[in-house]
Design a binder for this molecule. Structure first.
Ligand SMILES: Cc1cc2nc3c(=O)[nH]c(=O)nc-3n(C[C@H](O)[C@H](O)[C@H](O)COP(=O)(O)OP(=O)(O)OC[C@H]3O[C@@H](n4cnc5c(N)ncnc54)[C@H](O)[C@@H]3O)c2cc1C
Ligand SMILES: *[C@@H]1O[C@H](CO)[C@@H](O)[C@H](O)[C@H]1NC(C)=O
Length: 518
């Protein structure tokens, strides 16, 4: 898979090196869109079409289940080989760092023993008895909706970007606008299958090896290699009936957002986009099969405005109702990568651009990373912030004030989620289930004194104080002690001892802290 990708990207990498060689770095930075539009976009399209067709054929032929056991045995063989070679360095998956959605790459990929976990398929869709889908860890969200939705089913929590993988969402974290009802992605999983440090395969669920089951989420591949997961599915409907509620004061934002989240009769989806300290659009939605044809808006069509721009319009026009095809809703922020793409293709939302090139958007995050070069990377590090902070709903007001003071970065993404009191790294600090909110800040901070380290540390400190959590795909500047204060390591440490992980895998902190990444 990586090979094909690399072959496709080779011309870009070569031309980049050539351009650097000719001292053209200035042009590369200021006219990055030229590269993105004429190289990255077409390659992204070819890649997506290839995998769409490939996955469709594999699913129709039903060939993946037969191959699964063989592929798992191959992972086992590699782990046993590592042991018989004397356990010299710790292990990690061989997936290159530039392929992941996170903007950072782990330095450890270069030094640790790389284990190929090449498991990319949907194994089984059981719509009758257990109502679960069984998938391999590299299956992506785009692939899963493309398979499940036509069958009339969906995942209760379906994280937004097409390229997010099941493995990344379980070992890391996954969240969506239905999370206030169903919890995080991990809470929709009913079983995991892992290859452990001793090369054995185990299954775990809340009834079978429960300690392992609860320790896996947020463990970042440091307890074993995930080789499959059973995830709950629920019936899907064709459309989402969406209500847009513009609000124009800080207190109203808090009030409407909380009220819609906790509404007794229940909205199935709740999301907020804040456009300034005092302006936001709160969106609520339910699935439905019937839609008046004049109210249908297929927001995912390539010529349509970027979603966050469309939503902003309701601040001027007042409340509105639309019916959005379900899959368009799920991947509503995909085309503009939330609002990250506006910094790369500044005119990307211009109608002329959308009609001519829109069908190729977005460029793959992985290819953007692969081709960005040192200068652009440094520029991003100094001037951009990408963070998701998870805070208790009760502290949302002070959290927004903190973000405003530290970064003044808008739009801000607000996504409520339900956090059950279960064992593991992340649970409410009291002994009760609680409602939390994910605050997503992506883009260029507008404060004058933005300093990536100092500012992020200030926000991290705030989040620890209110007993919240940082999403670990982003830059974390915490010390080991601060990290252990934020994440409950009790069960994790116990499992690492029991499963002999110390030699086999680093601790989560050693994979996710800023020094471990480039
Ligand atoms: C622009 C942007 C937008 C985002 N939007 C969302 C969003 O809408 N919703 C959301 O929930 N999240 C979002 N995220 C964050 C996302 O949740 C994380 O990046 C997440 O970790 C998934 O990324 P990935 O699939 O690329 O996983 P990876 O980064 O590849 O994996 C994450 C970790 O899991 C480990 N891992 C993966 N597979 C295995 C395996 N088989 N065995 C053992 N360990 C494994 C890896 O070693 C790694 O440490 C966003 C991130 C960015 C940058
Ligand atoms: C969703 O359904 C619930 C229960 O019927 C209702 O209270 C809520 O207003 C609906 N929301 C939308 C956006 O239609």
């Amino acid at each position: 898979m990586e090979l094909l990708y690399l072959a496709a990207a080779l011309p870009v990498v070569l031309s980049l090196s050539w351009a650097k060689f000719r001292g053209l770095e200035y042009i590369l930075i200021n006219y990055r869109w030229v590269f993105v539009c004429f190289f990255l976009l077409p390659i992204s399209v070819i890649y997506d079409v290839f995998y769409f067709v490939r996955n469709w054929i594999v699913f129709k032929l039903n060939s993946a289940p037969k191959l699964h056991d063989k592929k798992v045995q191959d992972v086992q063989r590699q782990v046993k080989q590592w042991a018989s070679d004397g356990c010299q360095t710790q292990m990690c998956t061989a997936r290159p760092g530039w392929m992941t959605v996170s903007f950072r790459q782990g330095l450890y990929k270069r030094t640790m023993r790389n284990i190929n976990v090449n498991l990319i398929d949907i194994l089984e869709v059981d719509t009758t008895n257990r109502q679960v889908v069984r998938v391999e860890p590299l299956a992506t969200m785009g692939q899963i909706t493309a398979t499940l939705n036509p069958l009339g089913w969906t995942l209760p929590v379906l994280p937004e970007l097409d390229d997010l993988t099941v493995g990344g969402l379980i070992m890391g974290v996954g969240i969506e606008t239905s999370s206030h009802k169903y919890g995080l992605f991990q809470h929709c999983c009913v079983a995991f299958e892992l290859v452990l440090a001793d090369g054995s395969v185990v299954k775990c669920s809340k009834d079978e090896n429960p300690d392992l089951f609860y320790a896996v989420p947020w463990s970042y591949g440091t307890l074993g290699f995930l080789v499959s997961a059973d995830i709950k599915i629920i019936p899907a409907k064709k459309y989402l009936r969406m209500e847009y509620k513009p609000v124009h004061s800080f207190n109203e934002i808090l009030r409407v957002f909380e009220e819609e989240t906790k509404k007794k009769t229940g909205n199935e989806f709740v999301e907020g986009l804040m456009y300034s300290e005092n302006e936001a659009v709160i969106m609520t939605g339910n699935m439905t099969n019937d839609a008046p044809s004049d109210k249908i808006n297929s927001i995912g069509n390539f010529w349509k405005p970027w979603f966050f721009k469309h939503v902003e319009g309701f601040l001027r026009t007042g409340p509105g109702v639309e019916y959005i095809p379900l899959r368009h809703y799920y991947h509503r922020h995909t085309r503009s990568i939330f609002w990250e793409l506006q910094d790369i293709i500044p005119f990307g939302n211009h109608p002329v651009f959308r009609y001519l090139f829109g069908w190729m958007v977005p460029p793959k995050i992985s290819l953007l990373k692969l081709t960005q070069g040192e200068t652009i990377k440094r520029m991003y590090e100094q001037h951009q912030m990408i963070q998701d902070m998870l805070v208790p709903m009760a502290d949302l007001g002070s959290a927004l004030k903190c973000f405003h003071k530290e970064v003044k970065l808008y739009p801000l993404w607000l996504c409520p989620f339900y956090l059950p009191n279960l064992p593991g790294m992340v649970h409410p600090k009291g002994d009760k289930d609680a409602m939390y909110v994910d605050i997503g800040a992506y883009g260029e901070p507008k404060v004058n004194n933005f300093d990536p380290v100092k500012t992020t540390r200030n926000i991290e400190e705030f989040v620890r104080k209110v007993q919240g959590f940082q999403m670990l795909y982003a830059d974390s500047y915490m010390t080991r002690e601060e990290f252990r204060e934020m994440f409950d390591h009790t069960l994790y440490d116990k499992m690492r001892g029991q499963l002999n992980c110390k030699k086999a895998f680093p601790e989560v902190y050693d994979k996710v802290n800023k020094k471990a990444r480039t």
